[in-house]
Write a protein that binds this ligand. Structure first.
Ligand SMILES: Nc1nc2c(ncn2[C@@H]2O[C@H](COP(=O)(O)OP(=O)(O)OP(=O)(O)O)[C@@H](O)[C@H]2O)c(=O)[nH]1
Ligand SMILES: [Mg+2]
Length: 194
C-alpha cells in the first residue's frame, strides 16, 4: 500500500463535535499515553502528521486523518497519564467509549498499542473489554520491542497471545528497527485500505 495523501479533516473534543462522513471506513490507533501512537502514524504515513512528545498526554482530541482521499486513520487520545486529574481521566474514558459505541460501525480495525515491556494494565484491559463487548475487530501492537532482549520479547509475545486467544493477532513492533510496520500495512491493505 502506498500512502500518498494525508489530510487532518476532523478534530473531535467533545460529544458536540461531529464525526466526518464515513468514506471507506477507518483504522483506529489507541493506547496508553506515551506508548507510541503518534510515532507509528508518522511512520505509516511517512509524514510528520502527529506530534511526538517525550511528555505524555500530547494528543487530547480524536483526530481523523483522511488517507488517499479514501479512508481514515483515527488517533485517539492516550489514557493512563499519571498526572492527569480525575476529571480529565473520566473525560478521556467518556470520549473513547462514546467513539467506539457510536462510530464502531465504520471501523475496519482497531490497533491497540501496548508497551511490550509491560504486562496488561488496567486501562488496556478496559479498552479490550469494550472492543470485545462491542464485537469490534482489533489487533494488538506490542510497541518498543527494540528495548527488549530476544528472550524477553518472546516471553511477552507468548503472554499476550495467550491472554488474547486465537481470534486476535499480536504484532511485535519497533519504531527504531521498523519491525512490524509491514505487517500493520498489510492488515490495512487486506481490509480495504489502499
Ligand atoms: N525505543 C522506542 N521508542 C519509541 C517507540 N515508539 C515511540 N517511541 C518513543 O516514545 C515516546 C512517545 O511516543 P509518542 O508517539 O508521542 O506516543 P503517543 O502514544 O502518541 O503519546 P500521547 O500522544 O501522549 O498519547 C517518544 O519519545 C517516541 O520517540 C519504539 O518503538 N521504540
Ligand atoms: Mg500522540
Amino acid at each position: 500500500m502506498k500512502i500518498n495523501n494525508v489530510k487532518l479533516v476532523a478534530t473531535i473534543y467533545s460529544s458536540k463535535d461531529r464525526f466526518p462522513e464515513s468514506k471507506g471506513g477507518e483504522f483506529v490507533f489507541v493506547g496508553r499515553s506515551n506508548v507510541g501512537k503518534s510515532t507509528l502514524l508518522n511512520i505509516l504515513t511517512n509524514q510528520n502528521i502527529a506530534k511526538v512528545s517525550k511528555k505524555p498526554g500530547k494528543t487530547r482530541s480524536i483526530n481523523f486523518y483522511l488517507i488517499n482521499n479514501n479512508f481514515y486513520f483515527v488517533d485517539l487520545p492516550g489514557y493512563g497519564y499519571a498526572k492527569a486529574s480525575y476529571e480529565e481521566r473520566e473525560r478521556w474514558k467518556k470520549i473513547i467509549e462514546n467513539y467506539f459505541e457510536i462510530r464502531g460501525w465504520n471501523i475496519k480495525l482497531v490497533f491497540v498499542l501496548i508497551d511490550g515491556r509491560h504486562e496488561l494494565q488496567k486501562n488496556d484491559e478496559l479498552i479490550l473489554t469494550w472492543l470485545r463487548d462491542l464485537e469490534l475487530p482489533f489487533s494488538v501492537v506490542l510497541t518498543k520491542v527494540d528495548k527488549l532482549k530476544m528472550s524477553q520479547k518472546a516471553k511477552m509475545i507468548r503472554y499476550y497471545e495467550k491472554l488474547l486467544g486465537d481470534k486476535y493477532i499480536v504484532i511485535p513492533y519497533s519504531a527504531i528497527t521498523k519491525e512490524g510496520v509491514n505487517k500493520v500495512l498489510e492488515l490495512i491493505e487486506q481490509l480495504g485500505g489502499a
